[in-house]
Design a protein around this ligand. Sequence first.
Ligand code: NAD
Length: 469
Amino acid sequence: DFIFYLLILPSITSCRMSREQKAVECARKAFLTGRSKPLEHRIRQLKNLQRFLLEREKEIAEAIKKDLNKSEAGTQLYETLGLEGEIVLAVKKLAEWVAPRPVEKNLLTISDTVYIQPEPLGVVLIIGAWNYPWAVTIQPLIGAIAAGNAAVVKPSEVCVHTAKVMEDLLPAYIDKELYPVVTGGVSETQELLRQRFDHVFYTGNSMVGKLVMEAAAKHLTPITLELGGKSPCYIDKNCDIPIACRRVTWGKYSNCGQTCIAPDYILCEPSIQDRVLEEIKKSIKAFYTEDPKTCPDYGRIINQRHFKRIMAMTEDSTIAIGGDSDESTCYIAPTVLKDVQVNSKVMQEEIFGPLLPILTVSGVDEAINFINKGEKPLALYIFSPDDKVIKKVIAETSSGGVLANDCLVHYSVSALPFGGVGNSGMGSYHGKFSFDNLSHLRGCLIKQLKMEGVNDMRYPPHTAKKLFW
Ligand code: NAD
């Protein structure tokens, strides 16, 4: 009997394991074989991922069209092209990134070898959000592979079709034991979060971010939280208002306002409010025609819950542009609200939809005070021809990132860390920052078993003679 139980027990326990537990165990086992570490493996996997993005372009675009009504061009522009760029960069630079990094020596280490050796962390959990489902899920995976980790990938359940393409097609391209895809909703994510990981990389809202942090704390697991918030946009009265407004309109209404770094609201002096309104109106018409509802480049709100949430925000403000909506198709027209008050509904939380409130301030000082009263935002936008104004805002505020005289595009600069601060998140990624974030930077000091005489002073007994010679 004893022998029988000994043989059968492992299979009983493995049957009782949840799908999530199995995926984590499988990734852990694969990581422990050591095969994720060699440079050639990482490069091969990254190239396979690139091949997946190219060969499955059609399936990716079709799924996203069904999930978010995004056009094929939009998917390429906002999702896959950026990923390909990150892969190309990682493949080109990886030998440099993985190499030991010599550090400055001092008198005590002059004859030693002193360096930092990046090493993989182990098994990373990647939890993606729905708004740019490929960008926010695969980009951390690029970092995890480059850094030599295993990774469990959990795409957002909100994009059902995209999650299915990831689950069904990705395993044919990259090592499916090292990088398993686990689909599911809140309970599956919670089950994953009960497991022990070496890093959790979460993208989504701040409320769930706190739950992720709580779950990770139980295992002392380090985390990256890519969250959102209300990203302000200050428009200086001296700037080229038509150009500024065209760029703001693009940043705000891309993906129907469902972009973590979308300008959430505008701050400007009362004297330019009407011109700002007029120019935004012109840009909306130029981008999305008189009837955005029929324009293929204008998206929809992800679901009815968010539709209702966003529409309720307009109740106590004055609509200056747009305002039309259709609940059955989750359509909300590009909308601008004017003379908005600080305590109005639209200013209480991240909008994450196509509403653009304008609040008037007396100038840059009041704008800075206003920004500093809120939570630290993910992005901060300043439109001004004056470098001094730009530098003043940068010096006197804090945010995940800053972009002057444009919107969104700082996201695509791989040389800049992308991430939040305070309520907008912790940790950053993109380019080498992804690699460093998902590596342990190990301090290494190699001494020789020579020159023992110099150590005499540190060995007891600590006599006065030794200390003062
Ligand atoms: P979402 O609903 O897709 O949720 C994100 C992930 O969290 C999903 O995988 C989901 O399964 C999981 N989740 C949801 N509830 C959970 C719970 N109770 N416990 C455990 N896991 C749970 O996405 P969302 O949160 O609606 O995304 C929108 C938010 O994400 C916005 O605030 C936006 O600003 C932010 N965002 C940030 C970035 C960034 O890079 N900083 C990028 C995209 C989106």
